[in-house]
Design a protein around this ligand. Structure first.
Ligand SMILES: [Ca+2]
Ligand SMILES: [Ca+2]
Ligand SMILES: [Ca+2]
Length: 230
């Protein structure tokens, strides 16, 4: 919790005001006190979730609605869902699953092995030039590779006739059905092509300068980039 307070005390990146000007809602103002044996409890230390095989099915879920909301994780492991609207999701010290959903969202994992899930191209759509969009793009404020935080693209649908089983990591080069990155004003853009034309359809912004590897992702493998499907 101290870490969360510290993280929230930092200046946040510019975000669009909530649609139609409605106030943000705080869904869980008083997180429960965890203890060993509580459902969903995991210490968060040491972080041992080095793979994408973690089963979060028994972890309590906190869900935002269609409006713009703030959703706070507890001190236990949490699953945070923003739904539609411009949401602010902040995990606590546990191993959290953070799912922004459609529209611009600001995502904070906190300590622990956190998983940021992008399920659809609409969750963080790139702009017309294939770059991160100030109107629609999600921002991950605290991504900590040493804690085995991951960006999970396993649910993202690929479009075309001969799509690969996983996205392909191409470093700093665009590619068909690929994930790549590029610097952006001291931050890092993560770009994903879902339809085989080497142009980004999905764009995330990571606060900070990252040198990415496939191990940072779920649903992304190394390998030759496929040819475009006809
Ligand atoms: Ca929402
Ligand atoms: Ca966390
Ligand atoms: Ca989103």
């Amino acid at each position: 919790m101290l870490f969360l307070l510290f993280a929230l005390a930092q200046p946040l990146p510019p975000a669009q005001p909530p649609a139609s000007g409605e106030p943000l809602q705080i869904l869980t103002p008083a997180p429960p006190t965890p203890s060993a044996g509580t459902p969903g409890w995991r210490s968060g230390f040491p972080q041992t979730d080095t793979t994408c095989s973690r089963d979060d099915s028994g972890v309590p879920a906190l869900r935002g609605g269609p409006r713009s909301e703030r959703v706070w994780g507890s001190d236990m492991n949490s699953r945070l869902f923003g739904g539609a609207g411009q949401d602010f999701l902040a995990g606590g010290p546990g191993d959290d699953e953070v799912v922004g959903g459609p529209d611009l969202d600001i995502l904070v994992g906190g300590a622990g092995s956190d998983r940021f899930v992008i399920d659809s191209a609409d969750d963080s759509a790139a702009d017309e030039s294939g770059s991160w969009s100030q109107l629609n793009g999600d921002t991950i404020v605290v991504l900590t590779p040493k804690d085995f935080d991951k960006i999970d693209l396993r649910g993202m649908r690929k479009e075309g006739a001969n799509v690969p089983a996983t996205f392909l990591f191409t470093g700093r080069r665009p590619g068909n059905y690929a994930v790549w990155s590029r610097p952006r004003s001291g931050d890092t853009e993560v770009l994903v092509d879902v339809d085989g034309d080497s142009k980004a359809d999905v764009a995330l912004r990571l606060i900070g300068n990252f040198s990415l590897t496939p191990a940072l992702f779920c649903g992304v493998g190394e390998g030759a980039v496929t040819e475009p499907s006809e």
